[in-house]
Design a protein. Structure first.
Length: 158
């Protein structure tokens, strides 16, 4: 159980082996990309400039972060959609050990999971456009044939 100052609005949060499942399906809605919350104590982190830095740790001081990552089981199926789960990140303050000095800086942590739905494949769109162009070309040919037939009929009549 989390300390009282970290609990959300009186809600009891229970962690099982440091992990908690987020975004449970509820009611008529289904979750595209479920997320899992983990309590982690990393030894290193990625800074905002992309460089890797060691986190400060001692016997009395241990840094703990709560990270939300995409569930490994993957996305729940959506009808007629192609989608994937993408990890989202945010930055959190941490005490870093840089050349023996303690420095407070931001490191990147996993903050959630985002569902990305891909558009229809271009193949279908191109096929529809090709079919539409073929139908238009057939109509143009028919008009030309009608026009040439009426001119021929007019010549024969005179």
């Amino acid at each position: 159980m989390l300390p009282s100052d970290l609990q959300e609005s009186g809600e009891r949060i229970e962690l099982e082996h440091g992990r908690r499942r987020y975004a449970q399906p509820s009611g008529d809605f289904s979750v595209c990309c479920p997320a899992v919350e983990e309590r982690t104590s990393p030894k290193a982190g990625t800074r905002r400039d992309g460089s890797l830095a060691l986190l400060y740790a001692s016997d009395e001081f241990k840094q703990v972060f709560f990270e939300r990552s995409c569930d490994t089981r993957g996305p729940q199926p959506l009808p007629r959609r192609r989608h994937r789960c993408a990890q989202e990140y945010s930055y959190s303050y941490a005490v870093l050990d840089i050349s023996g000095n303690k420095v407070l800086d931001l490191i990147r942590i996993r903050s959630g999971c985002r569902c990305e739905v891909k558009r229809r494949s271009n193949r279908r769109r191109k096929k529809r456009r090709r079919d539409r162009n073929k139908r238009a070309e057939i109509r143009r040919k028919r008009r030309r044939q009608r026009g040439s037939q009426s001119q021929t009929n007019a010549r024969n009549a005179s």
